[in-house]
Ligand binder design. Sequence first.
Ligand code: SF4
Ligand code: SF4
Length: 452
Amino acid sequence: MELLEAVEACGVVGAGGAGFPTHIKLKAQSEYFLVNAAECEPLIETDKYLCRSQAQRLVDTVGKIAAHLNADKPVIVLKDHYHEEIKAVEEAIKELNSNVTIFKIRTFYPAGDEQSLVEQVTRRSVPERGLPLDVGCVVSNVGTVLSVADALEGKPVDWKYLSVTGDVNEIKMFHVPVGTPVLKILEKVNIRPKDYSVIMGGPMMGKMLSDKKAIEEAVVTKTTGNLLVIPSDHYLVRRSNLPLRTMIRQAASVCIQCRMCTDLCPRYLIGHDVFPNKVMRNVWREENITDNDSYLEIFGSAANCCSCGACEMFSCPMGLSPRRMNEYIKGKLRQRGIDVPKNTSPQARSGVDIHKIPTERLIARLGLSEYDTHKSPNDLIEFEPEECIIPLSQHIGKPASAVVSKGDSVNKGDLVAKAAEGLSANIHCGIDGLVTDVTDTKIVISKRGDNL
Ligand code: SF4
Ligand code: SF4
């Protein structure tokens, strides 16, 4: 089977981000194929584990994808302090006599942001709201490349690797079927606080599960790479629960217009027009601006914000929320039908290399230093839950459509939902069992057929 066909059939999507269908991303020709092994967010172990444990498969598949893309520059990007991972990948390159190279970047946030990564490796800036392909690059992360390796062996994306980090006795690596309830994983971890919250992903851009119900309902999807456990009275939980109106009020009364949010913004640094300080200065009067041209002039730059959170989690000395304000304004720009012009040839600003946010200082600022143990797990816990709840939308684009019905018997690896036309992806099941429920949003599979 051709690479693209295999990737599409096996339902491969971006493993580390929003789940962009990989067969669509790889329908391209490029100069560079960049593999993000820099683990963008702090306190995530998954990509590092995969680099150490599957270096040969990684390098081999990077070569195959690069050949498919006609990319003569296949590059694996690692942080310079990932000594073990760099060694494993270097040995694999040597062993396979591969043309893949390693690019070491400093430990900063957001090192793994696609556009910052492209700028660091190639010194090219991706156009505003553009794609790496616009400057000759395709970027994938380690998990995605290994899903392609599986697809080339006929295995669909039905299991996921993920780390559990934070306020736990020991950081652990798991390998579980897609659809595994998060609680079943947490039961296998010694969680220290009695009352805890969970961030699915990393502390900067992950999804906060701050109450018991949200944790009970959460399941592992194709894009889950980490569960970060924190006490439920942690600063990050309190911050995520701040109402929008309070944030707007704070912006009006507390912002000192120091510009740190803008000057350290990674998208501003690669040359995009992103001016969160301007948004913060004016957001209190936003509803009173009726003229769309004035609105565009004052708030248009919010459209270029990638929601990385650097401004509100690190840069702002007053603890304000420029990211949330930008997200709010983006919605308003859409509502008003304002089309924000794009700069298609941005140039990185002069401070791009010196204004990087050191990850260790970011971790301290987030109140997470005590969980930054620098101990990487090498053991893997694999288990199957009794029941998997498989969401039909685990990717950007249209949800997949169920092709099974209640009462059907299914086996591990079976297709259970077919991709819709256009941007979508197939979904497979990771356990043998019986389908006990099918709704518009999920398929439930039970090993014993409970509740049938
Ligand atoms: S969240 Fe803040 S730092 Fe990140 S891109 Fe948006 S404005 Fe810039
Ligand atoms: S960093 Fe904070 S205080 Fe400074 S301009 Fe931005 S929002 Fe205002």
